[in-house]
Ligand binder design. Structure first.
Ligand code: CTP
Length: 401
């Protein structure tokens, strides 16, 4: 594990039963060549004593006692914040995650986390109901949006006798994930164009044809790509979402506009990810006055829009292309047929029309297909699914180029 050699790891230990594994984690981190300093919360010190961590790390242990845990006890928080190359909070209880997600600095550990520029990772450990609680999940989403790395949790038997998600990852896995923070980001230096959201096709000045896409998945993919080191252009249809940090943002309304903006940019990019729900048809003519009603039936003539993804995929020396497929039935068959027909490198398919996932929802699940392979990204928040998808795209892109 050469990435860990000489690295300064600040390990925060909070009050969960998984704290016993943190003792082993310290030992293994040192074996991997890292220097470790441990900061305990008061509850953390009730599970494993400072003396244990001091013996294993060979360093003074901070926090743990009421006097030491106070942020104002010394200027220690600034010194420790500067010293750290990475901060790992393991175990991270639901309570600590809530404090971190709201920027609280009410003890030494949370103060250091706020005061440091070093990457911050958390390894949650808690009962599965606490983990699945919407409040915890929204805290997690907030932390991820702020760039905090989420390590786990794993699924399995829990200390309370239940089975589910909430176990802290094992020490060796945590060390692998930490080492990953010191590697060059997966998509470093790559230029990526992402489309997102619905396109709206105007019928007259007040009416349009639209669809139910919220844009959340595409925005999450654009953010995850920024997090993986890419330079991202997000070409977005009309949504109510905040512009993600770090992207170049291009707002469009219709499929025609999206087509123009994408075609201007893709010749100069490495990866194209088409997450937009592009209208397949538009009204043949746009009427510039409001259509007035009368008793006669009204027929609207529609003409096909350009298929942006298929057109980009046909470009000579074009980018690595990733499409999405929204399907209501026979998902694998339709998605694979779409991948081949459009000539794209990867297609991420999701089932629509099922409650709780897909359009307008905060969660998604994807089946991803490429030539000779497939992967399942299980149901999770769109942020988490987007991170996994970006990882997969990075791996496939790197093995194809
Ligand atoms: N797409 C596109 N331009 C279009 C239509 C679709 O770029 N005019 C892209 C979407 O962004 C998505 C993929 O193509 O990545 C699949 O879109 P989808 O609507 O699911 O499939 P269609 O090809 O439109 O087929 P159908 O609606 O019949 O399922």
């Amino acid at each position: 594990m050469e990435q860990m050699g000489g690295k300064h790891i600040l390990l925060g230990v909070t009050g969960g039963i998984a704290a016993y594994k943190s003792a082993e984690l310290v030992r293994r981190l040192r074996e991997a060549g890292a220097e470790v300093r441990v900061v305990l919360t008061r509850a953390g010190a009730e599970f494993v004593t400072p003396l244990t961590f001091q013996a294993l790390s060979g360093q003074t242990v901070f926090g743990g006692s009421p006097e030491q845990a106070a942020p104002e006890s010394a200027m220690e928080h600034i010194e420790l914040a500067r010293w750290a190359d990475a901060i790992l909070v393991a175990p991270a209880t639901a309570h600590t995650l809530a404090r971190l997600s709201h920027g609280l600095a009410d003890d030494l550990l949370t103060t250091i986390c706020l005061a440091s520029d070093a990457p911050l990772a958390v390894a949650p450990a808690m009962n599965r109901r606490m983990w699945n609680n919407k409040i915890t999940q929204s805290n997690i989403d907030r932390l991820r949006t702020c760039g905090v790395h989420l390590f786990g949790p794993a699924e399995g038997e829990q200390a309370c006798g239940e089975w589910g998600a909430g176990r802290m990852l094992e020490p060796e896995v945590l060390i692998q994930r930490l080492a990953g923070l010191f590697k060059t980001p997966l998509l470093a230096g790559l230029r990526i164009v992402v489309t997102a959201g619905p396109t709206l096709e105007d019928i007259d000045p007040v009416r349009y044809l639209g669809n139910r896409s919220s844009g959340k998945m595409g925005y999450a993919v654009a953010s995850a790509a920024v997090g993986a080191g890419a330079e991202v252009v997000l070409v977005s249809g009309v949504t109510s979402l905040a512009r993600p940090d770090g992207v170049a943002f291009v707002k469009v309304r219709s499929a025609g506009e999206m087509h123009n903006e994408v075609m201007r940019r893709v010749t100069n990019c490495d990866i194209f990810i088409a997450a937009a729900a592009v209208a397949d048809y538009r009204p043949a003519a746009r009427i510039d006055r409001k259509i007035k009603k009368n008793d006669a039936p009204l027929a609207l003539e529609l003409v096909p829009n350009p298929d942006i993804l298929a057109e980009v995929a046909r470009l000579a020396n074009g980018p690595f292309c990733v499409g999405f497929a929204a399907e209501t039935e026979r998902l694998a068959e339709h998605a694979e047929a779409k991948r081949v027909a459009k000539g794209v490198d990867m297609i991420a398919a999701n089932q629509v029309g099922r409650p709780g996932i897909g359009f307008e929802s905060d969660e998604n699940a994807l089946e991803v297909f490429w030539s000779g392979g497939r992967a399942t990204l299980p149901r999770s928040s769109k942020t988490e699914v987007a991170h996994r998808l970006i990882e997969l795209i990075g791996q496939r892109y790197n093995s194809a180029s």
